[in-house]
Design a protein around this ligand. Structure first.
Ligand SMILES: [Zn+2]
Length: 130
């Protein structure tokens, strides 16, 4: 086999693998942690008053458990007040969505990978646009 044929075969294999990448390939906990750190660069805080959560409550915040602010009494999770609030998308799918947007994939391509309708993908993208 010629070297160019071998390279072409490898490239096709890499394209096949790349085309198959989806949420099932992702580590859910790693996606959750990385995405929440992007959404909350200043750490765990109440979305209403900005009160920094004490060390003992921060763990629940990063696990997206519902909690109450000691300062203002607001109930919230780490998703409250973020584009992901009531978005009904998992962190693994959101990671693929973000990768797709950053890579210039079409809404249809992203939709195929996360098993959603392309219109739903466009709606997700608009939420993050502000
Ligand atoms: Zn508060």
């Amino acid at each position: 086999m010629e070297r160019t044929e071998i390279l072409a075969k490898k490239a096709k294999t890499l394209l096949d693998i790349g085309g198959a990448v989806g949420p099932a390939w992702m580590d859910g906990a790693a996606c959750r942690e990385a995405i929440l750190r992007e959404l909350h660069p200043d750490g765990a805080r109440c979305p209403r008053c900005g009160h920094a959560l004490p060390e003992g409550k921060a763990g629940a915040f990063w696990e997206v458990r519902r909690m109450r602010c000691d300062a203002c009494g607001a109930w919230f999770t780490a998703l409250s007040g973020t584009p992901m609030d009531r978005m009904h998308i998992g962190f693994r799918c959101l990671a693929i969505l973000a990768l797709g947007v950053a890579s210039g994939w079409s809404a249809s391509e992203i939709a195929r990978r996360i098993d959603r309708d392309p219109d739903t993908v466009r709606r997700y993208v608009r939420r993050f646009a502000g």
